[in-house]
Design a binder for this molecule. Sequence first.
Ligand SMILES: N[C@@H](CCC(=O)N[C@@H](CS)C(=O)NCC(=O)O)C(=O)O
Length: 210
Amino acid sequence: MPHYQLTYLDLRARGEPIRMMFAIAGVEFEDVRIPVSEWKDNLKDTPFLALPMIEVNGLRFGQSLAILRYLAKEFGLAGPDNLTCAVADSFCDQYADFMNEWKNWHYCNQGYTEGDKDDLYEKEFVPARNKHLPFFEEALRQSSTGWIINTPEVTHADLFIAASIESTMRVVPNHEGFLEGFPLIQAHQKKFFAHPKLQKHLAERPPVHY
Ligand SMILES: N[C@@H](CCC(=O)N[C@@H](CS)C(=O)NCC(=O)O)C(=O)O
């Protein structure tokens, strides 16, 4: 088994799906957490001036979804065949597009940038939420297993979407209202967070802001 070292901020956000991947696979990894106050000082050693970054047997690479897909393939959590894996990838990319559409609001809301956070929330976050969440609700409506790609077991798409929704809900002003009108996504959150192999990680992870 390679030595895995994940470097990310002391946040859940883009690092937590990767940490949860290790937890569900039952694989040890080194969890390097950079304090948010030291974020920008630590970017120069990363491949794309951004975190997360993983080091596997001395090789470093970035981009959270590339990391997640690689690990899913290594650990047998990428679906039963390439086509299923590609569909899972498409749902991960779709949620990443969603996050990118409200990034300006998020950075302003967290105090990382200047701006009118209430205006950005109405103009950026709300329309993005109303556009993207129905895609995931519809996928779950078509699933007979309760997992997003209708697989018998969890895939990286379930993991990325459930972990990202959890982080998103911690930053939105109306936490519970975020999933209002999307009962199948709510059920998917419950199913994912009840996964037996996740319980130790959930009990032991630091209680960070998001
Ligand atoms: N698409 C990249 C985005 C990475 C990203 O934006 N990371 C943030 C932290 S969550 C960062 O370090 N940004 C660098 C900066 O803002 O200068 C990924 O998913 O890994």
